[in-house]
Each structure stands twice: as C-alpha cells, then as structure tokens.
Design a protein around this ligand. Sequence first.
Ligand code: BTN
Length: 247
Amino acid sequence: MSRFLIGKEIIKLQSVDSTNNYAAKLLNEGVLSDGAVIMAHEQHGGRGQMGTSWDAAAGQNLTFSVVLKSLKIDLQHQFDVSMLVAVSLVECLDKYGLSPDIKWPNDILIDNKKLAGVLIETSLRGTMIKNLVVGIGLNVNQEMKEDDRISLSMALGHKLELDDVLDSFLNVLEKNVLKYVNAGYETLKAYYIARLYGVNGASVIEQASGEQINGRILDIIRNGNLIFTSNQGEQKNYDLKEIKFIL
Ligand code: BTN
C-alpha cells in the first residue's frame, strides 16, 4: 500500500538518545515533514511514560517516533491520539494472528505481558495541539528476560523483519488517522473500549497509597480518565497518574 502521509519520510538512525528527543529537535528546527518517522537501531536514553526508561536491545526491536503536524486536535482531546495509536497497534498485531489487549492508557499486552508502549509528546499553540511526537517501542525479536514483558517472536515462535512490521503498522496508522478525521471520536472510542483490558472481567487497581481495589472498568471519558467501580459498588474517577493495574 502506498501511503500519502505517514512515513513518506523515514529517517533511520544507528544510535540516538531517544527518537522522541530527536524528532522534537528537528521539529524545532522546522525541518521535519508531516508524517515523518524517525527510527533508531539503538536508543541509549529511551524514555517511557512518567519518567521511566525504555530498554530495548539494539537491532532487535522497533523504537520509533511518528511526527504529526496536521491533526487539528484541541488539547482537551489529546487522549484521542492515545486511543488512535493503541487501536492501530492492536489492529496491526491482529494481522499477525495475535489478539492483544490495551491496558489503559495505551500499553499493549499479550498474555498479560507488555509487548509495546507509547509515549506521546505535544507542543501547543493556544489550546490547540500544534505538533505531536508519537513514540512507540515494540518488542519484536528480543527474548525478554523479565516475566512481565514479551516480544512478537516469543508470541509467534519465529522472528520477523523489523521493516515489515513497521510498514504494516504505518499502513494501519494512516488508515486510522483518516478514519478518525472522517468518523471522529465515537467510532474510535468504541474500538478502544472493545479491546481494553479489565472492561469485561474483574480487575484489580492499585492506588498511589498502595491500597488495592477489586472491581471493573465502567468507562473511559474523553479526557482519558478512567471510571472504575469497586465490587462494593463504589464508583470513582481516576486520572493517568493515580492508579496502576495489577495484572
Ligand atoms: C512506556 O510504555 O513507558 C512508553 C515507552 C515508549 C518507548 C518509545 S521507544 C521510541 C520512543 N523514543 C523514546 O525515548 N521513547 C519512545
């Protein structure tokens, strides 16, 4: 499939601190086209959500950032982009015969283990998002040592070409960006919720205090907050920093 936006320009780097940092720097210099993709063979300062680091063995995984300059999104609707990316990862992985879940907000899980993570960074103009840098780390051919991480090759039993996986993902992302622009939020949200971990069954969340609550997800609202109801029937609204899921 030939794309007309995402990945028309692909910059491949041997080694960089973080593809998100590199993309932000080039954006500042005004030298990146809309839809440009920066990918790195190796990151030596890969960043994860909430100040964590992202470790991926050189040459065995996908670590890349997609730059979006023309999505007209209000800051209040920033979470739409999280959903868009998570849904696109899931749809791409479905094509490999996998059936991953999304762990709110946008981790991708297989068998309750993390396969991919997303770090979205934005610059603003007033209340509108000006530029988006969508950083994605997808474990592809690495034999992960940690019990809570998995790679595509571990799930499928064979190795994959990194470029093929990237190409499949970029195709799906482009299709979904266009669909989002035309069909909007409700369609995207329905797909996101359908693949969300903890919606259909029981789940356990841990609050910042360490207290664990058994219950289930009732809904995700447009600002990205999660509505959780405990088994005792108490309903509460959480933002991204307040809880984590116990898998
Ligand atoms: C997370 O789950 O914590 C998010 C991980 C995001 C990692 C990717 S790898 C490519 C891009 N560059 C970075 O420094 N981080 C993101």
